[in-house]
Design a protein around this ligand. Sequence first.
Ligand code: NAD
Length: 491
Amino acid sequence: MAELETFRMLIGGRPTDAASGATFETRNPYTGRPWASVPDCGPADVDAAVAAARSALDGEWGAMTPFARAACLRRLGDLVTEHAEALARTEVADSGKLYREMIGQLTGLGGWYHYFAGIAPTIEGRQIPSPNPDHLVYTRREPVGVVAAITPWNSPLLLMTWKLAPALAAGCTVVVKPSEHSPASTLRFAELIEQAGFPAGTVNVVTTNDRDTAAHLAGHPGVDKVAFTGSTATGRAVARAAAENIAAVTLELGGKSPQVVFPDADLAAAANGIVAGVFAATGQTCMAGSRLIVHADVHDELVRLVVERASTIRLGDPNAADTEMGPVANEPQYEKVLGFFDTARAEGNTIACGGAAESGLGGLFVQPTVVTGVTRESTLFREEVFGPVLAALTFTDEDEAVKLANDTPYGLAGAVWTKDVHRAHRIAGRIRAGSVWINAYRVVAPSVPFGGFGRSGIGRENGVHAVDGYLADKAVWVELSGGTRDPFTLG
Ligand code: NAD
């Protein structure tokens, strides 16, 4: 067997093994073989990481000016771009995502650090009028403190960056914990932290195969804020754990996002956007546009176009330039997706294409799948698959379309496809989701807020206001007269 690549954690500026010496293997979902060995840390290692973050906050990092913080962020952005190739290859080996997608993502990732570097020196307090002329009042915007950043297995570095870049711009220190299914790229990224000039302990990375140890981080009394991306069920547990310490949380959770197609839409463009929304990244994206809500008049034609394209999607080696869809990222997820096919059949839905594993290719492949005849009661209408499965149903008027789009506990994303500019904006306003695309899908940027309504989460990542989630206002009152006042009155 080929030798496993080994990785180490980053705690207090030092490459670190688990105190117990334990490791676990991470498996390449395409080859099916373990390819890397990473530390399997326990609660004591988490304690050490949180302590290192606290000491950097109280020490060198906490004393740095926003301009100096920005310089570190800019250097980190440059290093990420320089190492994009190696980072992308690591993500492909760990999660089976396409190299062609990951190299694009990693090449663009430096832009996030540059964007938030630009924001760091613009963080300003205010001078506030007081009713008492003898008071000068101003605010300081201070970092909330030590942040735990907990990330999922899809796009580990992108989703970590959405937390790390604004947290560092705000002056926080961070303990990152990537998913046990794809921990290696975050450990490779950690090697760049010191090169970028961050003082020891500013950013720490721990890895564990033990969800109780992950929970230990989320509920750690030394953590002031938990920034989490993952499933709604785990998000709930994280919020509960953080509540014990009155720690702040942002939660980026699941979705069941609608693609609403009106009869006047450019159907070829809509079909292309629907394919991008649900089959790119093997459908393993939180914002997957997995519910097709299409006007009855164009249902058959649109489904025909989507099925035609879905049936020709090239499955295969994620590293090959012409592959369009890689494997599902891990065994439990693979079993879960196959289970949804059985459920769809049992509930009387029609499988228009796909609906099975693709066994000839070796890895954990499933076919791009389109399911029609779905109703509001169908499991596929209600539950997040996190795989390449589109569920289609029809509407006949605008109100019904909106009602169907919003008939979900989630509210992460959605799209409206129409050439009618009035209708496009009207519907965008009525869909309850954190991102709505008009005649487009799956576009994100450092400058544009991202997050969800309802069970899709709390708070927003990206955009100028993302730093607000990592800052706390401090009011400073200055007595100007030098006189004494009645000690028994307020104000
Ligand atoms: P998950 O909830 O199983 O795990 C997410 C992270 O939480 C992992 O690092 C895991 O180790 C950790 N974790 C597990 N139990 C924990 C606990 N008790 N306390 C603290 N941490 C714990 O999610 P996943 O399967 O890795 O990712 C898939 C999910 O993520 C999907 O539901 C998807 O929609 C969601 N997601 C959301 C976004 C978004 O931005 N909204 C982006 C990507 C993925």
